[in-house]
Ligand binder design. Sequence first.
Ligand code: HAM
Length: 433
Amino acid sequence: MHSQALPGFRDFFPDETTLRNRIFTVWRDVAARYGFEEYDGPPLEPLELYTQKSGEEIVSQLYAFEDKGGRAVALRPEMTPTLARMVAQRARALKKPIRWFTMPQLFRYERQQRGRLREHFQLNMDLIGEAGPLADAELIAAAVDVVRAFGLTAADFRVRISDRRVAQALLAAHGLTGPQIVAAYAQIDKLDRDPPEDLVQNLMRTASLEEHAAARVLAVGDIRSIDALRAAVSDASIDPDTVSPLLECIEALASMGLADYVAIDMSVVRGLAYYTGIVFELFDARRTMRAICGGGRYDGLLEALGGIDLPATGFGMGDVVLGELVRERGQASEVTGAVDLFLVAVTSEDVPAVLGLAHELRDAGRRVEYALKAQSVAKQLKLASARAASQAVLIGPDERARREALVRDLATGEERRMALSRLVESPSRPADR
Ligand code: HAM
């Protein structure tokens, strides 16, 4: 027998499941606040759904195999191609813009490292059928609000925003053509991780550039402010309208009061191949972790996968880095007990009364537990504390005769007698939950 889960896969013990559920609850709440509807798709998909458009990196990480019917299939590594296929199927009938979210478990055979596993859950929010920058701003705001909902502030994380249309125009102005631009994106993407000398060398090799040209190309990724962006665009004699969507998106976020959370960063190009416009990533402010979230505009994907030409933008936020951040900042949920009431039978003759009462209380929606074998009162109370119950309810012969119970508050030790009928009727206190 294997004593551990596969590398990169998690066993969710109750504590971890509590945090996971809390993340799911926040994801659903924020998506609802923005008017998004939930959908889902199959975890196993035709392999070609990903080989067509997702890009080399993710294809190299696929869990892919042949099924018993001889079909080439893959566990889903991301949700966007499934979404594009689903929307394309019903595109005519769906009211635009389509606002959909989902929370799938995804699988990527990655090199395991901090914040990167071989399975993760990912909130996806996507807005389809709207090409303007207010749609991009809407999604960026939703991503920020998810992280804010965990009590994190602008001191803890930042959204870095860029636009592939601008990056492409700047690179083209440096004389780069299609495949060279793709090669440049790959190196610019690593700017904050690898030494610049290495990136220059890589770029000279992959894009066949001279050293000074490679260095100038990499400098595009160093643009980190609106002023620097405007200057670069004017120096390269690029149509100033190219930057308008990005600037409008940032202005919209400022109008929402979120200016402190966003920064221009032209080194954000995103690893997936299908992005066509504004792209963004959320990072912890100290940048000690991998991205919490990444997304952007992918206006050509629905056409490529389903023959329907609709603009689209969206993001994916994983549970792994978010969970680490929430835990690190001490925002993980306080441990609450699994039960409200622990029923204690004083003698073995009281057990049937305890069973009857437990069932009535559970019918009334209370969270109830009792000892599953005859035990001393002291042992039962110890178990009640270990289960973090808020109250112990003692039933002995006297209590039975009077149809009442002795209710002990386990935090304060305070005791009071209560009629059984009142105990069953009394609503569960919010503090108990
Ligand atoms: P992605 O950047 O590949 O984008 O993933 C989005 C987020 O998922 C990452 O920022 C990270 O938090 C999490 N994530 C990805 N891979 C792993 C992993 N191996 N372990 C833990 N967490 C991971 C996408 O998947 C796009 N489909 C998102 C999107 C939706 N774009 C438009 N709509």
